[in-house]
Design a protein around this ligand. Structure first.
Ligand code: GTP
Ligand code: MG
Length: 239
């Protein structure tokens, strides 16, 4: 009789354990299957993010003001396939407001990082620190999210070409990662800033698992080669 009771208890415990494991596996699987369909527009203040959002949404060249909250919408890209509805979010660039993008990285499909090419030299450090933070984000790196670096304001004579911006960013990331690597242990597990690229090798964007593209644009100009169509093509490719 006692034997039987023991057996029943063992079977009950085993069943509960199996159910628990099954529940965890199902939760994990459905969590990973969360639909990733969001395109986020990031970059420091005044780079042209809201201008880009408005161009994507209705192809309008409008005067914009410093954003204090995000612009978010689901829409087909202006003058593109109506069937393809994009979820796009433009975040404020102010350093105290920009952190909100982190809530969306688990469902991010693509990142458009906008740079003011005319003031890049002056803002190089801030731009690189923000880009570094995005590249090192757990979800952006694990999901190998594609990144488009839009070198905006090319209408200014002093605007740097995309090749120069790319090289400058690589050099600055190289400097930053050595200082960051030293402080990694202090950070909380979920937000660990991974070392970017290969150790013992100068940083190159090609060393990352993400596909990283650079384009030049002038989002305030309505002319045909403003770069907006390349940005839309990239979004459609990554849809
Ligand atoms: N000359 C020139 N001006 C531009 C271009 N793109 C945007 N601007 C202007 O730059 C300013 C900032 O543009 P926004 O789109 O508001 O910049 P933002 O990145 O959204 O800025 P925050 O919301 O403050 O982070 C505005 O006055 C735009 O009209 C461009 O390609 N050329
Ligand atoms: Mg804005």
């Amino acid at each position: 009789m006692e034997m039987n009771n023991n057996l029943i208890i063992i079977i009950a415990i085993a069943s509960i354990a199996i159910l628990l494991i099954a529940a965890i596996v199902i939760l994990k699987l459905t969590g990973n299957r969360e639909k990733k369909d969001t395109f986020i527009i990031t970059g420091i203040c005044d780079s042209g993010k809201t201008s880009l959002y408005l161009r994507l949404r209705n192809d309008k060249v409008m005067e914009t003001h410093t954003s204090i909250t995000e612009n978010e919408g689901r829409f087909p890209l202006a003058q593109e396939d109506e069937e393809k509805v994009f979820h796009v979010i433009d975040f404020p660039g102010h350093y105290k407001l920009r952190y909100k993008y982190q809530d969306f990285t688990p469902i991010t499909k693509g990142v458009i990082f906008v740079i003011d090419s005319a003031t890049f030299i002056k803002n190089e450090r801030e731009v690189t620190e923000y880009l570094y933070e995005i590249l090192a984000n757990k979800y952006i790196s694990e999901n190998e999210v594609s990144i488009l670096i839009a070198c905006n304001k090319q209408d200014y004579l002093i605007a740097l070409p995309k090749e120069r911006i790319k090289t400058a960013l690589e050099n600055e990331i190289n400097n930053l990662r050595s200082t960051r690597a030293a402080g990694v242990e202090e950070q909380d597990e979920d937000n660990v800033d991974d070392f970017l690229g290969y150790e013992n090798e100068a940083f190159k964007f090609e060393h990352l698992p993400n596909q990283i593209s650079f384009i030049e644009c002038e989002l305030k100009s309505g002319n045909a080669n403003s770069g907006i169509s390349e940005i839309k093509d990239w979004m459609v490719e990554n849809f």
